[in-house]
Design a protein around this ligand. Structure first.
Ligand SMILES: [Zn+2]
Ligand SMILES: [Zn+2]
Length: 305
């Protein structure tokens, strides 16, 4: 397997899926994991458009790669899909190179629920930081905020986007506070479908929603913060549940992400071995991995990392 993705621009119809940040809740600095050190960020790249699932600190790595890697050199539009208002899902926006390189010509759109967009605007407002609109002046060609609902469908160029509400909250008991959280199902015309469900605590009542997002997709990222279903709390899922989803959908490559910061690489891999036994389409999300869509097989395969 090659260590690096190809050093040429993506061709029409080619689709790369990259993992930039797969650690949940907080960053591990200094880096101490070979699985994930940065908060949530994944990209779907084509010639022309890139979609990003969540803008955690992994976005800093994607933003730099976008400016420097030949395979991304034809990307003109970036659509950043933000699931919810928690900071670990948007803290990377300020670190994206596109807000710091003059005249880079990119069109950037941030999609999120009213709660998420409101949270981001408040988080970057003076005097907490520099408003993103100000960082956008003289750098990107365009910065737009797009308010979406957690239950809707829309088309974006050659893609269609479907959202469904996930079960996510902070705290527990009397301190429990729910967030308006959107799960995503992104379909490229004549191309793959990718599902993204994070942050999410599954239970019997969420099975239908999950099925709507995941059925018939080619790759699905799942909140797998905890090892086992019985440990699920604080609005997060488990590797055990994600493995069950993979078992029920053998055609979908299910990636376990949002790994808990308290877990060592050894813990995470041991859990994966335990729950993933006999489920080849259940894999860990690992930063630096690139998957490529093969239209002939109708499947993603690991290309690098
Ligand atoms: Zn999170
Ligand atoms: Zn969250």
């Amino acid at each position: 397997m090659p260590k690096n993705p190809p050093a040429r621009p993506l061709r029409d119809g080619e689709v790369h899926f990259d993992v930039w940040g797969c650690r949940g809740s907080r960053n591990l600095l200094p880096r101490r994991s070979t699985i994930g050190n940065h908060t949530s960020c994944y990209s779907v790249a084509t010639a022309g458009d890139a979609f990003v699932f969540d803008a955690g600190r992994g976005l800093a790595a994607f933003g730099y790669a976008l400016m420097t890697e030949p395979r991304f050199s034809t990307i003109r539009r970036v659509h950043v899909l933000i699931t919810h208002a928690h900071m670990d899902h948007w803290e990377g926006l300020k670190d994206a190179d596109w807000f710091w390189r003059r005249g880079n010509g990119l069109e950037v759109r941030l999609y999120g629920t009213a709660e998420a967009i409101g949270g981001i605007r408040a988080g970057y407002a003076h005097p907490l930081y520099v408003p993103l609109d100000l960082l956008a002046m003289g750098t990107v060609a365009k910065l737009e905020y797009v308010t979406i609902s957690s239950e809707e469908r829309r088309s974006v160029g050659a893609f269609s986007l479907r959202t469904s509400p996930l079960n996510h909250y902070s705290g527990s008991g009397d301190n429990r506070r729910f967030l308006d959280t959107a799960g995503f199902r992104l379909t490229m015309r004549k191309g793959p479908t990718i599902a993204y469900l994070s942050d999410h605590e599954p239970h019997a009542g969420t099975a239908e929603t999950e099925k709507k997002l995941v059925s018939g997709s080619h790759l699905a990222v799942y909140d797998s913060h905890f090892p086992d279903i019985k440990q699920q709390m604080h609005g997060h899922g488990s590797q055990e549940h994600a493995a069950n989803v993979a078992r029920a959908h053998p055609g979908v490559l299910v990636l376990a992400g949002h790994h808990a910061p308290s877990l060592s690489d050894q813990d995470i891999r041991a859990t994966w071995k335990r729950h993933g036994k006999g489920v080849p389409n259940f894999q860990l999300a690992v930063e630096g991995r690139t998957y490529s869509y093969e239209p002939g097989r109708g499947a993603f395969t690991l290309l690098a990392g």
